[in-house]
Design a protein around this ligand. Structure first.
Ligand code: FAD
Ligand code: SF4
Length: 653
């Protein structure tokens, strides 16, 4: 390149406050091959971009450098400017003199010197840049939604209602997730089932939705626009097409086990429907509980009582495969087990329960028919202590974050307890109250002021049993006193954690998760709905703890993202990906083991038959790990070749 142009941005005062722009421009204009060096107040503005485009054309520049902010922010903006001016966009580079320079310097002289060094290095790199062309990949116009809680239901409906096919895969026997377990919901106290059940039914009746419950996605290959998915359907031992949902099988089953839908408070049979409004309304035999084994049929009671002949003990797991263009992950959350907190009695006390157990107790369809009772003896508790932040905001128990929903649901539960037991006393231990949503603060204030619920600011240090009471020791930091309460029932607002199996799923999909184990978004501010793998979107509590309102909003957003992808027949992909020079590859496979996106595969060379690395450009994210790791120097990252990187370093040091 012999005709380089450099454009330096003031970014208002963001850069100009620390960097002496005029001195910098003058110095840069003396560098070899620089035929033009200009500065402007805001290069990203329309006049700024027009100036760059005009100069590229007028001065016949064969390379341009914009010294401004991070390319993450405006890389695309200036690439489009270059393209409009007829310059291959990959022959325009950016030098970051804001985040890497002016924002981290106070001294003007030092800042200016560093900005010059960054620009000099970037010009060195630009000199060896090559024109690149984006490539295209076709889009399959179907979507996979994994997880059938309210997030998955909403996303599936939004996609189906726009006329696209959706595969909805739910691992439990029914749709609904945790929302199906709730009684009434904050902050409006509307009945959870009443608002959720119609949507569950709508999903099951929508002709565009293929619903697979009691199923899991076990393999996902391919890339944005074309994911090949394998789903494993667990055997229900009840034929879905024959079961009428009559329930005649249940009374005849001799096996009774704890009901997971009631969080272990109620019981169910080995043949069961998780809850009366389950979708699909089909019974399932819990094979682990059933008296029959793979080899022996010991009991045939349900088989004999089923007039529809739906029971089939010989059912086997099945696998189905299909292709989709986008995936939405909505696998939700779980609560940290009470057993994790030894000082609260571990799992040892029947009358120390978690928030979801209390929800089941409050629910009219729950194990107590909506009556609040002590699990140990069925008595109605007169003193109930609610403990917030049980495990949350507590690095010692591995959860440093706030679980976000428990301040609100604890207020709701305390209120509903008071409605159920007006002469009872409710205490709430809290660190502080986080009620930032619409109508949330007002809800908590109402509970505090009108319902005579005693809010105690402080942490609970110990919970133990004394006779038939549960003793709670805590600190009231407002009065500075230690508090001891003899409770009949304790409800722990346990930390919200990712649902089990999330890590395995993250590995299957090659997506990242954060320190808490929730799926990571591509960017915390600018990409909250995308995962770090293109074409895979996030919805609901799988991304982080959130309430139903935020869950539904995010699910609709994720569906919108997926639909905008499906609106195209082809997607345009960046050419800045790795490439292998076959002649240099020794077939060691190191690159394949390094690549976090599964983009490298080893296969025999068509020319020599020897094993060589091959890169799927659609999966490659251009991170460069394989190029850096290759011991033979066989891999080059286009747009960041070794020649470019070394030239940049040489200019800078
Ligand atoms: C005690 C308590 C009370 C609450 N009360 C309220 C309230 O009053 N108001 C409110 O707004 N919010 C409340 N919430 C929050 C509410 O539960 C969540 O906002 C909501 O359930 C999140 O929905 P989701 O679909 O993201 O996740 P979930 O409800 O957890 O659903 C996830 C679904 O994905 C399935 N799944 C998991 N892994 C896989 C897999 N690998 N493959 C396939 N399927 C999978 C699960 O089986 C489940 O069906 C409360 C939470 C708690 C703990
Ligand atoms: S939402 Fe409230 S109770 Fe839950 S962790 Fe955050 S502060 Fe604690």
């Amino acid at each position: 390149m012999t005709r380089l142009g450099v454009f330096i941005c003031h970014c208002g005062k963001n850069i100009a406050r620390t960097v002496n722009i005029e001195a910098l421009r003058e110095k840069v204009s003396t560098l070899p091959d620089v035929v033009l060096a200009k500065d402007y107040l805001y290069l990203c503005s329309k006049p700024g971009q027009t100036m760059i485009a005009d100069d590229i054309r007028e001065h016949r520049l064969d390379g341009a450098l914009v010294a401004a902010c991070s390319p993450r922010l405006h890389g695309k903006t200036f690439a489009q400017t270059a393209q409009r001016a007829g310059l291959n966009p990959y022959l325009l580079d950016m030098a970051n003199i804001r985040e890497h320079c002016s924002w981290v310097h106070i001294d003007g002289a030092e800042g200016t010197e560093k900005a010059f060094s960054i620009i000099k290095g970037s010009l060195g790199r630009l000199r060896y840049a090559e024109p690149l062309e984006p490539f295209q990949s076709p889009v399959t116009k179907r979507v996979l939604v994994i997880g059938g809680g309210v997030a998955g239901i909403q996303a599936a409906l939004d996609i189906a209602n726009s006329g696209h096919e959706v595969y909805l895969v739910e691992k439990s026997p029914s749709l609904g997730g945790h929302m199906a377990q709730l009684g009434e919901t904050f902050p409006t106290l509307d009945c959870s089932s009443c608002i959720l059940t119609p949507r569950m039914v709508e999903v099951s009746q929508n002709e565009y939705v293929h619903l697979f419950s009691y199923a899991e996605a076990t393999r996902v290959e391919g890339n944005i626009g074309q994911f090949q998915v394998t789903v494993r359907l667990r055997p229900r031992y009840v034929d879905e097409t024959l079961c009428t949902g009559c329930g005649d099988c249940v009374p005849t089953c001799p096996v009774v086990v704890p009901n997971e839908f009631d969080q272990g408070l109620g019981a169910r049979k080995a043949v069961y429907l998780p809850f009366p409004q389950a979708v699909p309304a089909v019974y399932t035999i819990d094979w682990d509980a059933c008296l029959n084994t793979d080899k022996l049929i010991i009991c045939e009671n349900c088989y004999k009582s089923c007039e529809a002949r739906a029971i089939n003990f010989l059912m086997e797991p099945r696998e189905i495969t299909f292709e989709v263009g986008a995936i939405i992950l909505s696998t939700g959350y779980e609560l940290m087990p009470v057993a994790h907190i030894g000082e609260y009695g571990g799992d040892g006390y029947e009358d120390v329960i978690d928030g979801l157990q209390f929800e089941r107790m409050l629910s009219a369809s729950g194990p107590t028919g909506g009556v609040v009772r002590r699990p140990s003896d069925g008595r109605i508790p007169q003193n109930v202590v609610f403990v917030q932040c049980a495990g949350s905001r507590d690095p010692e128990h591995g959860v440093p974050y706030c679980s976000k929903v428990c301040c609100m649901y604890t207020a709701k539960q305390a209120l509903l307890y008071k409605h159920a037991v007006p002469d009872g006393q409710a205490y709430v231990f809290y660190i502080d109250i986080r009620a930032a949503g619409k109508g949330h603060e007002e809800f908590v204030q109402k509970v505090m002021s009108e319902e005579r619920i005693l809010y105690l600011r402080g942490k609970v240090s110990k919970i133990f049993k004394s006779g038939d009471k549960i003793v709670v020791w805590g600190a009231d930091t407002l009065s500075g006193r230690q508090v001891e309460i003899e409770a009949d029932l304790v409800v722990l607002a346990m930390a919200v954690i990712p649902s089990s199996g999330s890590q395995k799923l993250a590995r299957t999909l090659h997506i990242a998760s954060d320190l808490g184990g929730f799926f990571s978004e591509a960017h915390p501010k600018l990409g909250p709905l995308e995962s770090n793998t293109d074409g895979i979107f996030l919805a609901g509590a799988a991304q982080f703890a959130k309430d139903i309102t935020d869950t539904v909003s995010q699910a609709t957003g994720a569906a919108g993202k997926a639909l905008s992808l499906l609106a195209n027949d082809f997607i345009r992909l960046e050419p800045t990906v790795s490439g292998v020079e076959e002649g240099l590859c020794r077939g060691c496979g190191l690159c394949a083991s390094i690549c976090p996106f599964g983009a490298v595969t080893m296969s025999p060379s068509e020319k020599t038959g020897a094993m060589v690395a091959g890169i799927n450009p659609v999966l490659c994210k251009g991170c460069g790990l394989c190029a850096a790791g290759c011991l033979s120097g066989a891999i080059t990252l286009k747009g960041s070749s070794f020649r470019q990187i070394f030239a940049q370093l040489e200019e800078m040091v």
